[in-house]
Design a protein around this ligand. Sequence first.
Ligand SMILES: [Cu+2]
Length: 188
Amino acid sequence: MKDLMKFLALFLTIVLVSCGDEKKEQETITIGEEGSLEEVDMRENTVETTSEDAQSGEAVVRQDGIVQVNLTGNDQMQYNLNEIKVKAGEKVRLTLTHVGQLPENAMGHNFVLLKQGTDVVDFAQKAATASGNDYIPEGTDAVIVHTEMIGGGEETTIEFTAPEPGTYEYICSFPGHYIQMRGNFIVE
Ligand SMILES: [Cu+2]
């Protein structure tokens, strides 16, 4: 009997984990239906929260008074994080790792943290013409901090102090990448 319970628990976990991406769709389907379906729905919520925690647990690590942020960029023009949360005044060490294989001139990635109120599209368009300056517009005052541009297999690290509380945007300023590679840097 115990073995059967274990098997069922394992089976349920596998099913729930594999359903994670379909959560929203499932929620819509199960609304208004009764009994066990609702129960499954709640468990899916729990699974989602757990996997988010696990993700941020790996990507943002606090140790010895420093917040280590592990940001990655890939050959599909994607960051692993669309949101980074830190506290005001915290010392942040951000490591950007290019987990793809394409070279910098084809699929370069960086991390550019922009001041609040910056027009991201306008900034990105100016950046796209600044190939001679690592795709950072010359003389810009819109950048709080940025990494260098890197290609597949490379990594780069910057350290900075988290600015005052608020929501800031970050992008990759390689031409066209900001459309997918952007996120919120939230300072609490
Ligand atoms: Cu990029």
